[in-house]
Write a protein that binds this ligand. Sequence first.
Ligand SMILES: NC(=O)c1ccc[n+]([C@@H]2O[C@H](COP(=O)([O-])OP(=O)(O)OC[C@H]3O[C@@H](n4cnc5c(N)ncnc54)[C@H](O)[C@@H]3O)[C@@H](O)[C@H]2O)c1
Length: 450
Amino acid sequence: MNVTVFGIGYVGLVQAAVLSEVGHHVCCVDVDAARIEKLKQGIIPIYEPGLTPLVKSNFEAGRITFTTNAEEGVNFADMQFIAVGTPPDEDGAADLKYVLAVANTIATHMQSAKVIVDKSTVPVGTADKVAASIQQALTAKNSELSFSVVSNPEFLKEGSAVADCMRPDRIVVGIRPNDNSQHIQETFKDLYAPFNRNHDRIIFMDARSAELTKYAANCMLATKVSFMNEMANIAEKVGADIEHVRQGIGSDSRIGFQFIYPGCGYGGSCFPKDVQALSKTSEVIGYQPELLHAVEAINQRQKNKLFEYINKHFKGNIKGKTFALWGLSFKPKTDDMREAPSRVLMESLWAAGAKVQAFDPEAMEETQRIYGSREDLALMGTKEAALKGADALVICTEWQNFKAPDFDLIKAELKQPVIVDGRNLFDPERVKAKGIEYYAIGRGLSVGGE
Ligand SMILES: NC(=O)c1ccc[n+]([C@@H]2O[C@H](COP(=O)([O-])OP(=O)(O)OC[C@H]3O[C@@H](n4cnc5c(N)ncnc54)[C@H](O)[C@@H]3O)[C@@H](O)[C@H]2O)c1
């Protein structure tokens, strides 16, 4: 099948790559000319495991093309994916201007019937808004072309996006009441057949339920994280170790071990904005989303936790100190720094007059892009180099190669043997036996507790 994808970011590029890999032909359209030019030259603008070879081989095979020409994209396929960003506006609601701009583009150029697919995470009712906007544009040009708008939210995880799209847990397809449900169901079964062989993963529902499903999934996961961080903060105050508690509750199959790691807060482009956006949707309809507000407030507080430990350890004397920082991306296996806890920490340290020597396996370029060159930030080539002459080591991201470091080297390189660990990577006894002071999240009296 032919598919056009508007918005070639984390979602659009990965979807385009996996769809072309199974034999579909995909036209990728983005307004960012530099990004499209790079893609044509085989330069992949984001880091995502397995993505580069997939894009390159399908580009060479002619199954994936890149353009800034929207008209070309609209006329390429009956199926038009919208995968543009939906960032929060000033009051936290999802800003739909990019989604509606694409809708307008499609309406302007379409010369045959289209199935328009919302891949972006959008508030309930957006499929109706997109449909109304297209209808208005068609009516204005006296066109009677038919179209449907389908909600097909994306559930990929950055860091394993290719694998997630190749083997999705589920494929949610939301159809609007007056659209041709049978035709849409058949189209989606054909499109996703290669990903649906092992067992049927497609769940058909109405468009509003599909839109809410995406928010409900992300808000549930964010709630798990904030719940564990709340428990960690309680554990710290009562002298318990949250890591023992985690093992104790995860072994209950109703709870499970997934997504119950305490830490220095969730970040990324999805959880923070999606919790905010669903809160806003709820408020607009007159419902107070108390749980969602608490999830967000706990997360904001948790992002300050590492700075609080540092401040406590150095008794407020942070000015002029240098901190080694391991991990800048919001989670491992991505270069995405959106809402990353490392940013909150660095900005607090800079405001207090400290310097940062940072290392991340993938997010150095992105850090440079965001912060530019500044005297209080040194981007180091290795995690060991980041330690040299620093007053303490702080860990913000649980990259694999941070998990078994040379503690003797850490002790030798740091001015003071202190580790502040936002991801609970180490056994406190082992670190302390090396003569290093160890602060971690919710680990009781032994490690920086009250
Ligand atoms: N990143 C994730 O892990 C993830 C997962 C699931 C869902 N989502 C959702 O998917 C959507 C996209 O997220 P993302 O992280 O891929 O965004 P992104 O910022 O990485 O990419 C968006 C792209 O859209 C392009 N764009 C903007 N306006 C355009 C237009 N009019 N025409 C063509 N291209 C245009 C931008 O230039 C950019 O390249 C968001 O709604 C997000 O919430 C993201």
